[in-house]
Design a protein around this ligand. Structure first.
Ligand code: F3S
Length: 63
């Protein structure tokens, strides 16, 4: 699984990096960013899916 965050939709709610800190991080202003190229390690798939379904802006998309 590979994910991206749409910077147009992300409003910095921070649920992605709270729920899946192995997959997402925050930029200097608190907007979410994928770590690396967005490839989700196998042991991070569950938290990654939680993050996708908990983003209030639906800003996290599969690649
Ligand atoms: Fe942005 Fe959604 Fe994360 S709004 S900071 S991608 S929870």
């Amino acid at each position: 699984m590979k994910l991206r965050i749409d910077p147009e939709r992300c409003q910095g709610h921070g649920r992605c990096y709270d729920l899946a800190p192995g997959v997402f991080t925050a930029d200097d202003e608190g907007y979410g960013q994928v770590i690396g190229d967005g490839t989700v390690p196998q042991d991070q798939e569950h938290p990654a899916r939680l993050a996708v379904s908990n983003c209030p802006e639906r800003a996290i998309d599969p690649l």
